[in-house]
Ligand binder design. Structure first.
Ligand SMILES: Cc1cc2nc3c(=O)[nH]c(=O)nc-3n(C[C@H](O)[C@H](O)[C@H](O)COP(=O)(O)O)c2cc1C
Ligand SMILES: CC(C)CC(=O)C(=O)O
Length: 387
């Protein structure tokens, strides 16, 4: 697609996604909670850090490989789990995973994805983790663990920042439901985007593929995401459950949604092997700090061993270098690849990943860093602490 080739950055892909999707669907991807303070801050916080380059270091060969969730990956960038991908493009999670495989990246499948664990594993041989939401039906969690073991998943990520849905006001205003339905209000928006609307509303069946055999909340008709989460997610979750999950799984486990050094320590003490510093892309607790601002303090208390993943607000390859210089093992992205998926399916995801990885490599060359493992604290400086 010519339009994809003309996209020079993630912001261009966002503009393409906005054109292609009906408003309620674009807003669901793009939006955040309440006043979207955290959503904006997640990205703008990166601008508060400067990169301090070395020169004359021989940057003719750049090494970007690292390990994440115990697996060798080509780049320190992973694809965060996101639900409902079939709502954005009929090729859904498989399109995303195929593009991730082409770039040697680690892929995260959501509990509320629209592709089954087994189907994803069959199509995608690369490094993969499954993200767990704990439902009131606890049998589902044990079942996920067994299915992931059977299917050869390499890690789990337990999301802990969603005891209830954040107040996403764009979704309320748009009357977004699962599955999306034609209403008087949405009619014009759907009619103006037939390329999206026809397959989504008629052809490919929308389904929470990994849970619907046990939880049939949508069987009696469409409902809001707020009601679905409110009715199904288990709010009684504690660190005891992390201990249980860690021992039941026995492999790499990250707690997704950790924001403080204290909770990061708690995660490792409870059996996790890493943390994803995340505020759910600004979709849950508004006014939570930006993940990038929490990286240094969390790495400081955890020491060298555990995976520390900075999740949220990454829109440029340079952001990844900043996060690694502050102590992260890798960064993780959600919206950047979803904009690509919505804009052009697998080719769109591929474009998003290519752009970010080219930027990351170019940033390393310009900063005189020829190996990911050579990124140091001295390569970054907070603008507030300029000497
Ligand atoms: C449309 C959408 C759906 C998401 N679904 C999930 C999900 O099912 N599980 C989860 O743990 N996080 C989910 N997230 C959060 C992402 O995993 C990730 O934390 C966030 O997108 C990172 O911020 P970024 O979009 O700025 O990169 C979702 C995010 C978006 C935008
Ligand atoms: C299906 C949802 C629970 C996915 C999600 O976590 C989100 O919209 O942020």
């Amino acid at each position: 697609m010519k339009a994809l080739a003309r996209a020079n950055n993630i912001a261009d892909l966002r503009a393409l996604a906005r054109r292609r999707l009906p408003r309620p669907i674009f807003d669901y991807i793009d939006g955040g909670a309440d006043d979207e303070l955290t959503l904006r801050r997640n990205s703008s916080a990166f601008a508060d850090y400067e990169l301090i380059p070395d020169v004359l270091t021989d940057v003719s060969n750049i090494r970007t490989e690292t390990r994440l969730f115990g697996q060798e990956v080509r780049w320190p960038l992973m694809l965060s789990p996101t639900g409902l991908n079939r709502m954005f493009h009929p090729d859904a999670e498989l399109a995303v995973a195929r593009a991730a495989a082409r770039h040697g990246l680690l892929y995260g499948l959501s509990t509320l994805g629209t592709t089954r664990i087994e189907e994803l594993a069959k199509e995608f041989a690369g490094p993969k983790v499954f993200q767990i939401y704990v439902f009131k039906d606890r049998g589902l969690t044990a079942e996920f663990v067994a299915r992931c073991k059977e299917s050869g998943f390499h890690g789990l990520a337990l999301t802990v920042d969603t005891p209830v849905a954040g107040n996403r006001e764009r979704d309320r205003v748009n009357g977004l439901s699962l599955p999306p339905r034609l209403t008087l209000k949405s009619f014009m928006s759907f009619a103006l985007h037939p390329g999206w609307s026809l397959p989504a509303l008629t052809g490919s069946k929308f389904d929470f593929a990994n849970v619907s055999h046990k939880v049939d909340a949508l069987a009696s008709g469409p409902m809001s995401l707020f009601d679905y989460i409110g009715g199904q997610f288990d709010r009684s979750l504690t660190w005891r459950d992390v201990e249980w999950l860690a021992s039941e799984w026995g492999g790499p486990l990250a707690i997704k949604g950790v924001m403080t050094p204290e909770d990061a320590k708690h995660a490792i003490a409870s059996g996790a092997t890493g943390v994803m510093i995340s505020n759910h892309g600004g979709r849950q607790l508004d006014s939570a700090p930006a993940p990038i601002d929490q990286v240094a303090a969390i790495r400081d208390v955890l020491g060298d061993g555990p995976d520390v993943i900075c999740d949220g607000g990454v829109r440029r390859g340079a952001d990844v270098v900043k996060a690694l210089a502050l102590g992260a093992t890798a960064c993780s992205i959600g919206r950047p690849y979803l904009y690509g998926l919505a804009a052009g399916g697998e080719a769109g995801v591929d474009r998003a990943l290519s752009l970010l990885l080219e930027e990351l490599e170019r940033t390393m060359i310009l900063a005189g860093i020829n190996d990911i493992s050579g990124i140091r604290a001295r390569h970054v400086r907070s603008r507030g602490s300029r000497r």
